[in-house]
Design a protein around this ligand. Sequence first.
Ligand code: FES
Length: 382
Amino acid sequence: MAFRFKKQIFGFMDLIRFTKLVDKRRAKLENAPATPLPVTYRVNETAKILHPAPLTVKLVGIVKDSPDTKTYTFELPQKAFFRAGQYAVLRAKIGDSLVSRPYAISSSPYTALNDGKVSLTIKKSGYFSSYMFDKAKEGDEFTLSLPFGNFFYESVKDCPHIVGIAGGSGITPFYSMIKGIEEGSEDFKLTLFYGAKTANDLVFKDELDKVSNDKIKIVYVLSDEKSDGYENGFISADIIKKYVDGDFTAMLCGPNAMYNFVDAELAKMGVSGKFVKHEANCTASRDVKPKTYKLTVHIQDEVYTVEADAADTILTSMERAGLSVPARCRAGGCGFCHSKLVSGKFSIAGADKRRLADSKFGYIHPCCSYPDSDMELIVPRG
Ligand code: FES
């Protein structure tokens, strides 16, 4: 009873306070100083650095790292923050197509935060990367969204010793990590196994040879060449055991064939799956008989009808047609391209990574799905 009585009293007091609310507010406004409000607040500025909207960036430097790989440096209109190992999505209009692709950032976190610059290392392969390699020039403008991905050291989950396994151009995120360790923005021990066919295929070899930091050890592994100072063969359990002692988290970046091989070697060593991280690879075209389907795409109130090549992902076909559609990882991992299937048949590249609810209610990831019939989709605006 006492409790109910108290509640009623407070409720009544609230009513009295409420009657004075407008007067009190007016008095406060009248007595407030005429100082203008700040144009921007510190918290918003920090949020802009941590979560920048897609930025218009200018290409300010191109360096050839190997016969088929170049590093592109972009000037950002603002400072930005990322973790070494993350990727950025580069987007451009090429002819009538709006194309985008994720690339691992090869520059250091400090460069983005202090100088407002970010570098992407791009290997010539596929439509957009070949365009970048052959046609992009200093002064060109692009759209860059950054940063994304979980391929970075997480002190609460990972062992303080990271064993990096890089294949070919998969060296890029590790190159950023090495710079991060040297600068002090990253704090872990890194033993990096860098595999390539021959010594000539090793990107950043000169820069990597100059690294002298007691937290970093680099082992080159050549599959098609025997030479002093290099391991020969593939990155096997035997080679890893030769240089690594104790617990570690393995981080792999390279082709899928390398993942299959190294995963089996790590399992032989008793490394549990929770201590193995893979960087996702973009879904490539598939090898099927040439065929074109009709793709009907709803984006907000607009309806587009475009052609979809059976060999290409649905996302690629939409971009080729110039549609602005969302894309980040292009590997079925981030869910950013998540679209509603209205009708049609499709195949998924590799494993189906959709949530149970997505497959139940008919949502697909166009970035890793190929058309097997005419299709109709509802797609978010990019
Ligand atoms: S772009 Fe990441 S799931 Fe499609």
